[in-house]
Design a protein around this ligand. Structure first.
Ligand code: SF4
Length: 698
């Protein structure tokens, strides 16, 4: 017989940035099933992850006791989940002992080697309150700005370009606005896989007559519904977009009034674009000149054109340039500042927007005030009652390099898994194993936690209450539905206990208390009250005064830059850092898949999702498979200059010829051991979307 729930708790989905609202159905502290709820981003819909990816919280691998590394246990980066092996590496401890040891390690390093020998990685899966307290602890407890999180690996380049050109890093319009657009430009994104409920808005808009222009080297499910699919050569975004803008200028399709009233730098942009004719760019990007002209006309002349993009744009050494081009496209045509227009970088994690807003980044305090802005820093120092360093801290990849260089000795990681998610993951694992002191706070003994000195058992998403900001700038309330298992504790409690032992006198009674302080630190959220979140479940920001409805569409009057104008920033062609050669003749593209989330620690421990995609696979175009002498279902080895993994080959006509695509969720075939850590100079984002790889059978 069907088991009836004894409790229903309204919350949000813990996975992607769409931010679907859902209801947990609970019996005896166990989640029975999940239902979609009528939230602004999902209208009751859920994808397979939201619906079935909940039972990881009940998995026997959950950490239920603090762990301390045994003195004689070597830090080998080879990971094993065998309980006997774990027992050889760690021993169980009380919270008192673990917290004391965790704090002492940081204090010793801070006092002997200086504050900048410490760093912290927070998480885009934690709540706003957790992100806020974590970065506060690093800044005024460790006394360094070395604090970052996985936004560095996903949309750092988009945010740098948006802040530079428009003065705000957030999206201009919500995803659901596509239903008011005449044209959607979707570039470097695969939303049916990575933002599935977001994709339903697009599909329904298309059904009602909206045209989809897809720009992606990969064929995806949405290619079938696109009026144009520009399958450009991987890495050739800038030449393609410049050619489109060239046509818009050449054919007089620009919005002269918008350019005159609301932008600056257009004349220089116009000169810059002269050399980018579609005919010259055709061989560079692989798109016929006539197609580039058609697309330019469609985008520029429609009543409303909206651009949405994903990691295909951002994860390049020219990721910031790619985003600058998209922004220029919108500015020169006036396709921004109205419903059904604008720019939307699709956020990946459920709270990557919020974590960045909260200051979980090394160069910015909460609400993107630069750490070297004396006035802003002074304001935050007064609020926090502590000194903040005026120098920007190190980013994710730079922190790993600093460890190798012998300059950084202590690392506190909350809910991130760099052993799986960092580029050149062997290098990252090696770096972490060289640390004098590493504390990891997580719900599983991840590949990263395995290298820690102290492991602190934390709470899963349904085990705590907090706010999460989705890709549309909606601040939504996630509510506690069940209790953490064993001695696992809520993350806010753990951060605060550590803070106390670092000499900070904090006394937050719960998430509402922390949120009250966030309202003072983040003016754009100053009008959102906890009561209103309780009553309405979600509120969109900017919402500066209590009672403000919040703004779905921003940039309607001006841009929040110093001049109030949007800025054109020209971009030139930059080749990928590592191109195919005789030894490594193919291109490796990494990304995600529908069933598994990021490094797989949650979804691979969810029964239904694991059953749907149980094995590590790499997808390759059948034509290229023939060239490689590989058959579908066969074991292959992928090798780059940094490492190799073995994986099953799967045929996919959507993958461009000459390329291999692989998701980074498999611990047994961690593709980030292969990826290239070369960085975009402006945003310090690595080039996950392009490196040279060799493929051999077996
Ligand atoms: Fe969760 Fe994203 Fe799926 Fe919605 S679309 S259910 S937020 S993973």
């Amino acid at each position: 017989a069907m088991v009836e729930p004894d409790k229903k708790v309204d919350s949000v989905c813990p996975y992607c940035g769409v931010g679907c609202q859902l209801t947990y159905n609970i019996k005896d502290n166990k989640i029975l099933y999940v239902e979609g709820r009528d939230g602004p981003a999902n209208h009751g819909r859920l994808c397979v992850k939201g619906r079935y990816g909940f039972d990881y919280v009940h998995h026997p691998h959950r950490l239920t006791k603090p762990l301390i590394r045994r003195d004689d246990a070597p830090k080998t980066p080879d990971f094993s989940m065998d309980p006997n092996d774990i027992d050889k590496v760690f021993r169980e401890a009380t919270w008192e002992e673990a917290l004391a040891l965790a704090a002492k390690g940081f204090v010793d390093i801070r006092d002997s080697a200086g504050p900048n020998a410490l760093a912290g990685f927070g998480s885009a899966k934690g709540s706003n309150e957790e992100a806020y307290l974590f970065q506060k602890l690093v800044r005024v407890g460790f006394n360094t700005n070395n604090v970052d999180h996985c936004t560095r690996l996903c949309h750092a380049s988009s945010v740098v370009a948006l802040l530079e050109c428009l003065g705000s890093g957030a999206v201009s319009n919500p995803v659901s606005d596509v239903d008011q657009a005449e044209v959607i430009v979707l570039i470097g994104a695969n939303p049916t896989v990575n933002h599935p409920v977001g994709a339903t808005w697009m599909k329904n808009a298309i059904r009602n007559g909206t045209k989809l222009i897809l720009m992606d080297p990969r064929g995806t499910e949405l290619s079938q519904q696109a009026t144009h699919h520009l399958q450009f050569k991987p890495g050739s975004d800038v030449p393609m977009l410049n050619a489109i803008m060239h046509v818009i200028v050449e054919e007089g399709l620009v919005d002269k009034d918008f350019i005159a009233d609301r932008t600056s730098g257009f004349d220089e942009m116009k000169r810059h674009l002269q050399k980018y004719t579609p005919e010259l760019m055709e061989p560079v990007c692989g798109i016929p000149a006539e197609t580039l002209r058609e697309v330019a006309r469609l985008y520029a002349t429609s009543k409303g054109s909206m651009i949405l993009w994903g990691m295909g744009v951002s994860q390049h050494i020219h990721g910031t340039d790619n985003a600058r081009c998209l922004i220029s496209l919108a500015l020169m045509t006036g396709q921004i500042g109205r419903p059904g227009t604008g720019l939307h970088p699709l956020r990946g994690q459920n709270n990557v927007q919020g974590a960045s807003d909260m200051g979980l980044i090394p160069m910015c305090l909460p609400d993107y005030y630069k750490v070297d802005d004396d006035e802003a820093r002074g304001h935050m120092e007064a609020l926090w009652g502590g000194k903040i360093d005026s120098k920007a801290g190190l980013t994710v990849v730079e922190i790993m390099d600093a460890i190798h260089a012998g300059n950084l000795h202590g690392l506190y990681i909350m809910g991130e898994n760099p052993a799986m998610s960092d580029p050149d993951a062997n290098h990252a694992r090696q770096a972490m194993s060289e640390l004098k002191h590493m504390v990891v706070q997580d719900i599983f003994l991840t590949e990263t936690a395995y290298l820690a000195d102290v492991v602190l058992p934390a709470s899963g998403f349904p085990e705590k209450t907090g706010t999460f900001t989705n890709t549309d700038r909606l601040v939504q309330l996630g509510r506690q539905a069940i209790d953490p298992p064993g001695d696992a504790r809520q993350d806010l409690w753990i951060i605060q206990e550590l803070a106390k032992r670092l000499g900070l006198d904090w006394n937050y009674q719960g998430p509402a208390d922390v949120f009250a302080e966030i309202r003072k630190a983040v003016p754009s959220m100053g009008g959102i009250t906890w009561d209103r979140l309780e009553a309405e479940h979600s509120v969109v920001y900017p919402c500066e005064q209590e009672g403000d409805p919040g703004e779905d569409v921003i940039f309607t009057q001006d841009f929040p830059t110093a001049s109030g104008r949007g800025l054109f920033v020209p971009a030139d062609i930059v080749a990928p850092d590592e191109r195919p050669d005789d030894d490594y003749p193919f291109v490796l593209i990494t990304g995600r898949m529908l069933e598994h989330w990021h490094t797989g620690s949650m979804t691979r421990r969810s029964n239904v999702l694991d059953a749907l995609e149980p094995e590590a696979v790499a997808t390759i175009n059948p034509i290229t498979m023939d060239e490689m002498g590989v058959k579908p279902g066969e074991l292959i080895t992928l090798s780059t200059r940094r490492g190799s993994v073995s994986v099953l080959a799967r045929a996919d006509i959507g993958v461009p010829t000459g390329a291999v695509f692989m998701a980074f969720c498999y611990y047994e075939a961690a593709v980030n051991k292969l990826s290239n850590p070369a960085l975009d100079p402006a945003a310090k984002i690595p080039e996950f979307k392009y490196c040279a790889v060799n493929v051999t059978p077996g």
